[in-house]
Design a protein around this ligand. Structure first.
Ligand code: 5GP
Length: 481
């Protein structure tokens, strides 16, 4: 089982190269976790970052661990191997019986025997950890420990780089709030944003991301597309990079003929750099996105009622019963806590819960709305009861970009539910920006604005017993090309 110095040396070389690759935090840490686990001939690895309040350990990279193990959510920093955060190397011979392990039952069910954990130290303080997991009981050598500590040093640099970026974002948000509070004394432009935008739509998009607490970088990287001889002849620089989602976004407000050229570049980018996750939002996508919050040219448009029915009352009821049957089977023998976000989910929640053959409890949350309330999304009504240790099913009316759900799931998983899954009636997948896991989906719908069965347009239409698409006047009159 002993590893040679040579193989640790090559693994460290690979890890340093990945650390300098310019990939996002998650992708970098996943790749490091894989290299570290393979070099140590271990079955799994997890890289954890300590939350800013030092309460939770958040997974930023993993390899070889099952979803079940990861879905335990963030670890409580005081309960889960706290010695590591005191700067110590911790060795657990048998995870199922050691009371320093926070979830021994899960470790047992996953067949994890031994764990080696080392701190990630930044300026002498623990800012995270790396844990190595093996299925066979394992003793770790001094060389193993020293290798993992070197990997931790590289992670420290990556974490500090990510934190610097977040601090810039936080400074910016604080400045924005101050500026809103006293518009008479504007903050100098240079501190308002770490960047100047080429187009106002980019600034609108950045504000929307800020609202949902999604970090972004503006034009951080250019990708070479074509060479003439050894001279670079064409490059492509996506407008945004969202590090947590490892996603590049290109916004385009160009006319259709120029869009074709942009699409060609994107195709080429995907061929040459298949590892790059990039999404194009064209003008019409973007205007529809803003319209949802009552902004942009469509935000003010007159609506002439519902144009056509997408799903009738009977179709909805049939689908709800099918979903309820699947949920009842999957959670058989357990208690389930249903959580909904007000108000759109009321019809779906009421129907769904009546068909569940399980003991269920119910709770609701409400959140602030982009453009109407705060700068950053806030929970305006929190849960009445604790979800710690409970099986939680988040019930949603519709998932569109996924930004709302992404924020809510982050909030809920920090409270360590026993499990957390999502059931949505409607899935507007074509518009997804954040890949949120959906356990149960009623209908996948086209990119249309729908109302009825709880869903509103400016507060109205919720009482319709069917789901319909608004009159195309809303789209036709102003839809750009
Ligand atoms: P996301 O954060 O996924 O972009 O947006 C989710 C929220 O946007 C939903 O909970 C809902 O309030 C609203 N939404 C998204 N698409 C539609 C739609 O087609 N009709 C209505 N009425 N609301 C929508």
């Amino acid at each position: 089982m002993a590893r040679s110095r040579g193989s640790y040396y090559s693994a460290l070389k690979r890890i340093t190269r990945v650390a300098n690759s310019g990939f996002g935090l998650k992708k970098t840490c996943n790749s490091i976790a894989k290299s570290a686990a393979r070099a140590m001939q271990a079955n799994g690895c997890r890289i954890l970052s300590l939350s800013s309040q030092k309460e939770y350990l958040i997974t930023v990279g993993t390899y070889g661990l099952s979803d079940l193990y990861l879905k335990k959510g963030p670890l409580d920093a005081r309960k889960s191997l706290p010695d590591i955060l005191d700067g110590k190397v911790v060795y657990i011979a048998d995870a199922a019986t050691d009371d320093r392990v926070q979830h021994p039952q899960t470790a047992l069910s996953q067949g994890i025997s031994s764990i080696l954990g080392v701190p990630v130290l930044g300026k002498g303080q623990a800012i995270g950890e790396i844990r190595i997991y093996t299925r066979e009981p394992r003793q770790f050598s001094e060389a193993d420990k020293s290798f993992l500590l070197s990997v931790a040093d590289t992670c420290a640099v990556i974490f500090e780089r990510a934190e610097l970026h977040q601090l810039l974002q936080k400074d910016y948000r604080a400045d924005e709030r101050r500026r809103k509070a006293s518009p008479a004394s504007p903050v100098p432009t240079s501190t308002l944003r770490p960047t100047t935008f080429a187009h106002s739509s980019e600034e609108d998009f950045a504000r929307l991301l800020d609202f949902y607490c999604i970090d972004w970088l503006y034009e951080p990287r250019s990708f070479p597309l074509r060479w003439e001889g050894d001279k670079l002849a064409e490059m492509f620089t996506p407008d945004f990079y969202l590090p947590e989602l490892d996603l590049y976004v290109e916004l385009t407000t160009l006319r259709q003929n120029l869009l074709t050229e942009k699409n060609r570049k994107l195709r080429q980018l995907r061929e040459l750099h298949p590892e790059v996750n990039v999404r194009l939002l064209n003008k019409s996508d973007f205007i529809k996105l803003l319209a949802k919050y009552g902004y942009g040219p469509l935000g003010e448009a007159k609506v002439e009622g519902v144009d056509r029915v997408l799903y009738s009352h009977a179709q909805i009821q049939r689908r709800v019963r099918t979903l309820a049957r699947r949920i009842s089977d999957d959670y058989a023998g357990q208690r389930l806590m249903l959580i909904g976000i007000l108000k759109g989910v009321v019809c779906f929640m009421a129907d769904l819960m009546q068909h569940l053959s399980l003991p269920v409890t119910l709770d609701f949350m409400a959140i602030s709305y982009y453009g109407r309330d705060d700068e950053v999304v806030e929970i305006t009504r929190d849960l009445d009861t604790s979800i710690t240790g409970q099986h939680v099913l988040m019930v949603e009316d519709i998932v569109d970009t996924g930004m709302t759900l992404n924020y809510i799931l982050g909030h809920l998983s920090a409270h360590n539910p026993a499990s957390l899954s999502v059931c949505t009636l409607l899935d507007k997948r074509a518009r997804r920006l954040v890949n949120v896991p959906l356990g149960y989906v009623g209908f996948e719908i086209p990119d249309e604005f729908v109302v009825g069965y709880g869903l509103d347009y400016k507060g109205e239409y919720r009482n319709l017993p069917f789901i319909g698409i608004l009159h195309p006047e809303l789209i036709k009159g102003e839809s750009p090309q």
